[in-house]
Design a protein around this ligand. Structure first.
Ligand code: ZN
Length: 451
């Protein structure tokens, strides 16, 4: 069964690659599938940027920071870069690297400026990184990873207490060397080269300098550029691909340049030894909220409508595919710095790797995935067949360990929908079950799908 799933994934990827390879030079590139909203891209990026600034040696020389900013903003002002809040930060680090965080923050190592032959090459790296942001490659990859935990992450982001990135980190979505957020596919590289070329040409820089610089790093190899090359894998024939792209642009002369590059390169060479500051983490504990009493209100998203208790909040973007509805104290900060949902309901979609939705089988797969994240999770009785808004559905009782301590009662509602297996996980301490059961039941009966 494992092997079958893997085969299906391989096939899906093969179809993906074929679709991407079919793009002709000059054709418009659009961001791919994404369960995050653009605002969430920005939120993730801001939080990650703050963490990174605490871990690296940010160059203090004003002239150098201004220079990198000036080059970056000139490219980011192009309409193709979209309207993200871009920022450009030079890090004192002799290795050759540059990276973009979702939603706009871009970092460049001083070693990269030293390795460049001219300003257009530095601009080329910035244009390439801006393109990863505009095409939302990081959250696109995270979305495709089909992670059940994403609802909790997005709910954590909504509280804005700094827990989001820790949660991402637990899933391997953090900022480590092999992070999904920072390591791109070859297809993403091809796209970033193509859009980057367009940004450069628009800003008056010769787009071929970007491809030549990447080529040069590849040929020189060595440990200084290893990080960059492993997170931006060579899609092959970069120079030729960019030439083909440029061939579709209107003819023009590329004369942009501030004339300050040699001076800046010299200043970079004279930077002191990098200093790495330390960082610390905190965690908090909470007790469960009281069971809700009184009235319900109605949530309307792009996908559905559902009733929920008046005092609860909606976390997550109404335009995205995942929403958490919980009292504020329902989101619990774990000792490791992540977010757990101890009280409330998580609504999301599960996409079976086979691509085919079979209510019973897909529900089993989903439970297995939930169990792999939460080892305490058990099926606690027989699933009950019911209908939700006319569609066949299953309600499966589960049990687990509550983040407040003691046992947890969960109910998993699954509904086969044309776009995937819609599910709601209802969560609460078992001691609250007598009150919660009626509330969960009223919520699930009120679900109405759109379209
Ligand atoms: Zn790249």
């Amino acid at each position: 069964m494992r092997r079958k799933a893997r085969l299906a994934i391989t096939l899906v990827l093969a179809v993906f690659s074929a679709a991407c390879a079919a793009r002709q030079p000059g054709e418009l590139i659009q961001p791919g599938f994404n369960v995050f909203s653009k605002e969430q891209d920005v939120q993730i990026g801001q939080e990650a940027a703050q963490q990174i600034r605490g871990q690296v040696d940010v160059v203090e020389t004003r002239q150098l920071q201004d220079y990198i900013s000036q080059l970056g903003q000139r490219l980011a002002a192009r309409p193709e870069a979209d309207d993200y809040p871009y920022s450009f930060t030079l890090i004192n680090d002799p290795s050759i690297n540059a990276f973009a965080l979702p939603g706009g923050p871009i970092f460049v190592h001083s070693g990269l400026v030293e390795a460049a032959d001219n300003e257009a090459q530095v601009a080329g790296v910035l244009a390439h990184e801006i393109s990863h942001v505009a095409l939302r490659h990081a959250t696109n990859q995270a979305s495709k990873a089909n992670l059940i935990q994403l609802p909790a992450i997005l709910a954590g982001a909504a509280i804005g207490d700094g827990s989001l990135l820790a949660q991402l980190g637990q899933l391997g979505l953090g900022l480590g060397v092999n992070s999904i957020l920072l390591k791109y596919s070859r297809d993403a590289e091809t796209q970033a080269d193509a859009l980057g070329a367009r940004l450069m040409a628009g800003a008056g820089y010769d787009p071929l300098q970007m491809a030549r610089f990447f080529q040069k790093l590849e040929e020189e190899g060595g440990s200084r550029s290893l990080e960059f090359l492993s997170s931006h894998p060579n899609p092959g024939n970069r120079v030729r691909a960019v030439e083909a792209e440029v061939g579709t642009f209107p003819q023009r002369e590329y004369q942009a340049g501030t004339g300050r590059f040699p001076q800046m390169k010299q200043m970079v060479a004279q930077l002191p030894q990098p200093q790495r500051p330390q960082q610390q983490q905190t965690a908090a504990a909470v007790s469960p909220p009281s069971p809700p009493t009184g009235n319900f209100r109605r949530l309307e998203t792009n996908a559905l409508a559902i009733d929920y208790p008046n005092g609860w909040q909606v976390f997550g973007d109404r335009g995205s595919a995942v929403v958490t509805i919980a009292p504020r104290e329902g989101l619990v900060r774990t000792a490791s710095g992540g977010t757990a949902i101890g009280y409330g309901a998580v609504l999301s979609y599960y996409y079976p790797s086979s691509g085919r939705i079979d209510l019973r089988r897909s529900t089993q797969e989903l439970i297995a995935q939930l169990g792999s994240i939460n080892p305490n999770l058990r099926v606690n009785g027989n699933a009950r067949a019911l209908r939700i808004d006319g569609s066949p559905a299953l309600l499966t009782p589960l049990s687990g360990a509550s983040p407040y301590g003691g046992p947890e009662a969960n109910f998993l509602l699954t509904v086969a929908r044309p776009q995937g297996l819609f599910y709601v996980v209802f969560v609460g301490p078992r001691s609250h079950l007598p009150q919660l059961e009626g509330i969960f039941n009223q919520m699930l009966q009120s679900v109405r799908f759109r379209g």
